[in-house]
Design a protein around this ligand. Structure first.
Ligand code: BG6
Length: 527
């Protein structure tokens, strides 16, 4: 049987998924950075892939005074600069831009929301007149998705205003025959990060949102879940029979999840200095990766089964005492450094909008343990940092050494343990490290079996494409449920408290800040 050259069939799961439905796609913060860099380019790419439903209407909601045509021109610039299909930006833009409209309104004031409600109810066809006054006849959708691409200080206020304007889906509404989920179509709220800054504020925000939207209608974004390589974790683990039998504490010695970046914090000092690496990255992206790597097989592929299993992982994280936490964690902050091409990143404390004596960490590392049967005793290290020599995200599953007989007895440390590396970016793939005989000599050397995504396909959609399409389809699998967010915050809250109570000038192993020059090499693995 020649399995290598066999042409295997493709099992397409698309038929089992919900399809994106026509809707008003309303973007709050439509002239902001996120909308420019991610949302409009992703919408254009979906449009190009034929994945946007017919009749979908995009409304930019922002304060700036702009005509529809001026707003579309801005979107064209975004698409040219950031879309995957940017080479089609000019030729294909007209068809895309016929979906786009602009509503000038103040986020804080109710008037804009009432105007929006009228537009959505089809009571203001004049809104869709061209800038030259020519009326357009559009067949309007009944559904509406509200995308909060704004700072977190606006989340609650927007939900409140939407609810007051009759655009929410509060629990009280859900039983009524004319509720938004009924004859008026559905309403969904997409919320960006940061979702709270600790468990308490996340809970308060959830309570506020729940006054106007049901939990099932809230889509909390963690863009890591939209990455193809992150979704592949479920496929790798549960569509294969070779990994799952050894995916436990009997065979795995440690797990390390790393997200390193080359850039410093750039212009984001105002936000970052109040957050730090643990809040910005550990609480969400790295914790989510840990859940996907360690959770039990879900009963089905439906969103709640998967999210239930993730919550069980979060509940089984061992709670450390403050001194244990300090011992199991490291924090660092970059100082000035120069890259190989002469680029200089200033010291974090000198970055704009950063306090000159800031103790905010730009590197965070935390080793957790899960008190469950599968992973008991396996250290799981999460680490992330800015201004390092490389940018990559990966998960390394380190397997136990072979028993100390035959080769292991003779080779000692030179016999490398097996490892499975799941490369999330930039060179997406899966690598298995294993030992093999060197040709011609009785010697052993570790080698890699490599699977590279790019060799299989050049089609790697952006995370935001997947997430937007799923939100339009009502598939919440790749979004964070309220309880997931709160459990994840509980861990970070304790870490933050332990660090607050530790002198940042203490040695790094005693909880102080490790000062590393920008462009430092990646710190050695702990595994
Ligand atoms: C964001 C963080 O959520 O993720 C940023 O706020 C970080 O600080 C970014 O740079 C990293 O995402 P990616 O996809 O570039 O790894």
């Amino acid at each position: 049987m020649n399995v290598i050259n066999q042409d295997y069939p493709v099992c397409n799961l698309e038929a089992h998924r919900f399809a994106p439905e026509p809707a008003f796609f309303v973007i709050f913060g439509a002239t902001g950075d996120l909308a420019h860099r991610k949302i409009f380019p992703a919408l254009f790419d979906l449009h190009q892939e034929g994945a946007l439903p017919e009749g979908m209407v995009i409304i930019g909601f922002a304060r700036r005074s702009l005509r529809h045509a001026e707003f579309r021109q801005q979107v064209l610039e975004d698409v040219r600069a950031h879309a995957r299909h940017s080479s089609f930006a000019d030729s294909a833009f007209e068809a895309f831009s016929s979906r786009i409209w602009y509503l000038q309104a103040d986020l804080e004031q109710p008037e804009g929301y009432h105007a929006l409600a009228k537009i959505i109810a089809g009571e203001n066809p004049g809104f869709f007149a061209a800038d030259d006054g020519e009326p357009r006849s559009l067949s309007l959708p009944r559904n509406a998705l509200f995308y909060l691409a704004v700072g977190p200080e606006h989340f609650g206020g927007i939900a409140e205003n939407l609810g007051t304007a009759g655009l929410g889906t509060s629990v009280a509404d859900s039983g009524k025959p004319d509720s938004p989920a009924g004859s008026q179509g559905w309403r969904r709220l997409v919320v960006e990060k940061p979702y709270g800054r600790d468990a308490e504020s996340a809970r308060a925000l959830t309570n506020l949102l729940h006054r106007h939207f049901r939990e099932t209608d809230i889509y909390r974004i963690d863009h890591y879940l939209g990455k193809e390589t992150v979704q592949n974790l479920l496929y790798l683990r549960f569509a294969n029979s070779v990994f799952e039998p050894i995916w436990n504490c009997h065979h795995i010695s440690s797990i390390e999840i790393s997200v390193f970046e080359q850039d410093g914090i750039g212009q984001r000092g105002g936000y970052y200095d109040t957050a730090g690496a643990a809040r910005d990255m550990l609480q969400n992206h790295l914790t989510q990766l840990m859940c996907l790597v360690t959770m039990e097989p879900p009963a089905t592929l439906d969103p709640e089964s998967i999210r239930d299993e993730k919550v069980k992982v979060l509940q089984s994280i061992r709670r450390y005492s403050p001194s244990e936490l300090v011992r199991h964690a490291r924090r660092g902050q970059y100082i000035e450094g120069m890259g190989p091409d002469g680029t200089v990143i200033p010291a974090y404390r000198k970055e704009s909008k950063v306090s000159p004596d800031s103790a905010t960490e730009t590197y965070a590392q935390l080793t957790l343990e899960l008190d469950n049967w599968r992973f008991s005793g396996v250290p799981i290290t999460l680490r992330t940092g800015k201004a390092f020599a490389e940018k990559f995200s990966q998960i390394v599953i380190q397997f136990k050494r072979p028993p100390s007989a035959l080769f292991a007895a003779q080779c000692g440390e030179k016999l490398v343990s097996n490892a499975l590396t799941i490369r999330i970016q930039p060179d997406e793939g899966v690598w298995l490290t294993f030992n093999a005989k060197l040709p011609g000599v009785p010697a052993i050397k570790a080698s890699h079996l490599r699977f590279s995504w790019r060799e299989v396909s050049n089609y790697l959609p952006e995370a935001y494409e997947r997430l937007i399409a799923d939100a339009l389809a009502g598939d919440s699998t790749l979004f964070i449920r309220a309880d997931e967010s709160e459990h994840a915050w509980a861990v970070i809250d304790e870490l933050e408290k332990a660090w607050r109570e530790t002198d940042p000038e203490a040695p790094p192993e005693a909880g102080g800040l490790w000062r590393y020059p920008a462009f430092s090499p990646i710190p050695p693995s702990q595994g």
